[in-house]
Design a binder for this molecule. Structure first.
Ligand SMILES: Nc1ncnc2c1ncn2[C@@H]1O[C@H](COP(=O)(O)OP(=O)(O)OP(=O)(O)O)[C@@H](O)[C@H]1O
Length: 244
């Protein structure tokens, strides 16, 4: 994915001010930034929910902005979006939640293949026994896992995780971070992980990108970006957030 010169304002709130960023095949790229810096706005642009004022986004070598709806939908199927709130349907069982995107998006898929994928994904997130449970019977961490399984069931090449550890206890955070790393290996995904959790960033990120004042001020490995950071805003972000 190549992002070049992306701008987005809401009236006089200039949120993105010339964003450049690449996502390389097979990497986990962590996007960090304080609350309200525009991380969600960026993700929404990437999945076509918001239109930028200016700039270019190329995904799989194709210009992704202003695509006709049919092509946009095809592109969206190759990008999995794991929402902050898991976004499970409360009135459906875990199985029905997982089946929903498959039946909706894959024409003529057989019952056998649906069952095979449900089983594969529940195994991948280590929750095979929850198949007939309702979301209300699951813990916060389990809901996150099922949400990730549901996103993965379409075998997306790119995964976008929005605050995957928000609201979880420290041990569950580590488990979800491990799952993100496992997904990268098992499903050959390239991922953008949006977070303000530096421990999550350190555990999952091959590279970090810090969004400050509408631009990626620092991009590189965790060590390069944070340890010995000189930019006062990057330094402050590290000093205030990181629990060693
Ligand atoms: N649809 C919208 N209309 C007007 N302003 C918006 C809209 N969406 C986002 N904004 C503004 O854009 C700015 C960035 O918001 P965004 O949700 O991207 O922040 P964020 O970095 O994801 O924050 P958080 O970490 O709290 O989720 C905020 O000032 C927000 O009020």
């Amino acid at each position: 994915m190549e992002i070049r010169g992306l701008y987005k304002s809401f009236d006089d709130n200039h949120v993105l001010r010339g964003v450049d960023l690449d996502l390389y095949k097979g990497e986990n790229l962590v996007v960090l930034g304080k609350s309200g810096t525009g991380k969600s706005v960026l993700i929404k642009i990437l999945v076509g929910l918001l239109t930028p004022d200016k700039g270019e986004v190329k995904i799989f070598g194709k210009n992704a902005l202003g695509l006709p709806i049919k092509e946009l939908n095809q592109l969206r199927l190759r990008i999995g979006f794991s929402f902050q709130a898991s976004a499970l349907y409360d009135s459906m069982t875990v199985r029905e939640n997982l089946e929903f995107p498959l039946v909706r998006n894959v024409k003529n898929i057989s019952r056998k293949e649906v069952d095979r994928r449900v089983e594969e994904l529940l195994e991948a997130v280590a929750l095979p026994k929850t198949v007939n449970q309702m979301p209300s019977e699951l813990s916060g961490g389990q809901k996150k896992r099922i949400g990730i399984a549901r996103t993965l069931i379409l075998y997306p090449e790119i995964m976008l995780y929005d605050e995957p550890t928000a609201g979880l206890d420290p041990v569950t955070c580590i488990e979800i971070n491990n799952l993100i790393n496992q997904v990268q290996e098992q499903f050959n995904t390239s991922s953008i992980v949006i977070t303000h959790d530096l421990a999550c960033a350190k555990q999952t990120g091959d590279r970090m990108a810090v969004l400050i004042n509408g631009q990626f001020t620092a991009v590189g490995s965790f060590t390069d970006v944070f340890e010995g950071a000189e930019d006062p805003q990057v330094k402050a972000f590290y000093d205030y957030n990181f629990i060693k």
